[in-house]
Write a protein that binds this ligand. Structure first.
Ligand code: NAD
Length: 326
């Protein structure tokens, strides 16, 4: 496969692993990169910039292929020292960074002058245009189906991807709602030059989470996600479980709620413990609507080979339909 994304990032397949809190470790990122995609370490999964530097070194020992680092800029209970995380990743020689959440404009000049290729993930065309103006190299456009933070506009990928591809000169990665080769074929047809997946990569052999969580993802249907933090304008899509049901109920009670009322339920440390213990009802488990399409737990290599074969088959089928070939 050859797109501006494979060329720019030096990868075999235009498949990028999303930045996932507690999941984007060296095991995950190196497995995706070794399989021909772009693995991504999640910066804030590491407690300090120094720990991120060590994780980058560990990842480099596990793969010779390119990988990147995700830096998410969103409300957190304890704001992290973003500039120091950026210093650490530049110092360790990382040359691909995915930013997400708020605009990375304060950090763009520093990263660009250090030779970093910047992918900015956002959820609207207006933010994508602003990121392009500010100098990012790639936009990852995240549809409402996605896990994590879909923004507040509620526009799905089928509308967002072609609008972003039409509006931008820089290449677009389609994110949210993609979990197999058919989705990848659709994304390419809509004008994207690569795809980003998170939920699908959580249910792989190499994902550093408990097998019971992976089984829960396999069992869940596309209707089993909850939108939390809606009333706080920091919407997040997570797997439906006892904790996220309680958050939604608390937000809906008369008079609503403040963040402090739900903070003990949603804390990142509690979610991390759930992923590691396998107790699916003990914390937030972040997942997108594609959870309904996750039906097995392959290795990353099996997943990517299957996706690329299915993508080519889907494009051939559609091409035959479009040209009247039987
Ligand atoms: P945390 O423990 O500080 O916060 C837990 C959750 O509460 C996060 O989703 C955060 O955005 C939200 N939050 C915190 N303060 C808030 C406020 N004042 N108002 C509204 N919402 C608030 O964070 P963490 O779980 O350690 O995560 C660190 C970063 O990673 C955050 O930016 C978070 O949003 C992001 N994250 C991403 C994913 C994903 O990509 N699927 C999953 C979890 C967290």
């Amino acid at each position: 496969m050859k797109t501006r994304i494979t060329e720019m990032l030096g990868i075999r397949y235009p498949i990028v692993q999303g930045g996932m809190q507690w999941v984007g470790t060296a095991e995950m990122a190196s497995a995706v990169s070794n399989a021909g995609g772009l693995g991504i370490l999640t910066a804030l999964t590491q407690p300090t910039p120094d720990a991120l530097a060590k994780e980058i070194d560990r990842c480099r020992e596990m793969t010779d292929s390119p990988f990147g680092v995700n830096l998410t800029i969103l409300p957190t209970v304890k704001p992290p020292p973003y500039a120091e995380y950026i210093e650490a990743l530049i110092d360790r020689g990382v040359r691909i960074v995915e930013t997400a959440g708020n605009s990375p404009k304060d950090f763009i000049a520093k990263m660009k002058s250090s030779g970093v290729r910047l992918i900015h993930k956002c959820t609207s065309v207006r933010h994508a245009l602003s990121a392009e103006r500010n100098g990012v190299d790639v936009v990852s456009i995240d549809g409402f189906e996605c896990a994590g933070h879909p923004g507040e506009d509620d526009v799905g990928g089928l509308v967002l991807i072609p609008l972003a591809a039409q509006a931008l000169r820089i290449p677009v990665i389609a994110s949210g709602g993609i979990a197999d080769g058919r989705g990848m074929a659709a994304a390419l047809a809509l004008g994207a030059e690569g795809v980003n997946m998170g939920t699908r990569f959580c249910a792989t052999v190499e994902a550093p989470i408990h097998p019971e969580i992976k089984n829960a993802l396999v069992r869940a249907s596309e209707r089993e996600t909850n939108l939390i933090f809606r009333t706080l304008h920091n919407t997040g899509r997570v797997l439906r479980n006892e904790v996220s049901d309680e958050v939604v109920a608390t937000e809906r009670r008369p008079g609503g709620c403040e963040f402090k009322d739900i903070q003990p339920l949603v804390s990142g440390q509690r979610g991390r413990a759930a992923l590691q213990s396998g107790e699916v009802n003990s914390g937030l488990v972040w997942a997108g609507q594609t959870v309904g399409m996750v039906q097995d737990v392959p290795t990353c290599a099996e997943l990517l080979e299957r996706m690329v074969a299915d993508c080519r088959a889907a494009i051939a089928r559609a091409s035959n339909l479009a040209t009247g070939v039987r």
